[in-house]
Design a protein around this ligand. Structure first.
Ligand SMILES: *Cc1c(COP(=O)(O)O)cnc(C)c1O
Length: 220
């Protein structure tokens, strides 16, 4: 990408436009800049342009990249958008400010333990397997009420639902369904929409859009 600051401006403009059409205030929507695979040198220009919320999908990669960046930009927030193995829960809790991929009972238990140990709680989205593609992770739709009550009982701060709809299908029905599930379960946050569909997601209620390629260019 030639100029990260102008890519960021472009995405901000598209977000503002989608918010206007949806009659939503623009600060309803948090842009999570997904920097996975991109080195610190590619991230610093976005930090310098004012972006403060970033997403990574792998704990180890984030551990290698972000502690040094956090020293330089202490007010940044780091979100985990990829699947989390229970044996990495301690590391994830130490590093991340938000987890978008809580999706199963064993991870509820692991995170509850990690929160206890760390004396710190990290807000979580429950990822829903909205397209019935188990390989992508996500809680089966039928299991969502049970997982949410388990999470509540374990004092996990669940702030909303997250989904990754199937590739190459119109995503709007999936976003609309995630929005409905969010409301039905008394939640607020909707983490949905990526580079190809974040405007659609915003029109259907997204509060967090996870945008990588449109900001950083293609991942090699
Ligand atoms: C990589 C990734 C994104 C960003 O995808 P782009 O199409 O590059 O914007 C968003 N969400 C998740 C869960 C991802 O793994």
């Amino acid at each position: 990408m030639e100029n990260p600051a102008s890519a960021l401006q472009f995405v901000h403009d598209r977000i503002a436009h989608a918010c206007k059409i949806a009659r939503r205030p623009v600060d309803d929507v948090t842009l999570v800049a997904v920097s996975k695979t991109h080195p610190a040198e590619a991230i610093v220009p976005l930090l310098d342009a004012g972006q403060r919320v970033f997403g990574e999908n792998r704990v180890q990669e984030a551990q290698a990249k972000w502690p040094a960046l956090r020293e330089r930009y202490p007010d940044l927030a780091l979100h985990l958008v990829g699947q989390l193995q229970s044996n990495k829960a301690d590391d994830a809790v130490a590093l991340f400010d938000c987890i978008h991929s809580l999706d199963r009972p064993s991870l509820v238990n692991a995170l509850a333990k990690s929160f206890d140990k760390a004396g710190k709680q990290v807000p979580c989205f429950v990822q829903v397997d909205i397209g019935e593609e188990p390989q992508k992770g996500g809680c089966p739709i039928a299991d969502l009420p049970a997982l949410l009550s388990q999470a509540r009982a374990a004092d996990i701060p669940v702030i909303g639902l997250m989904c990754v709809p199937p590739h190459d299908i119109e995503p709007a029905p999936f976003f609309a369904f995630l929005d409905k599930l969010t409301v039905d379960n008394g939640l607020e946050g909707r983490s949905m929409g990526m580079s190809g569909d974040y405007e659609t997601a915003i029109m259907l209620g997204a509060t967090h859009v996870r945008v990588g390629t449109a900001l950083f260019g293609d991942r090699s």
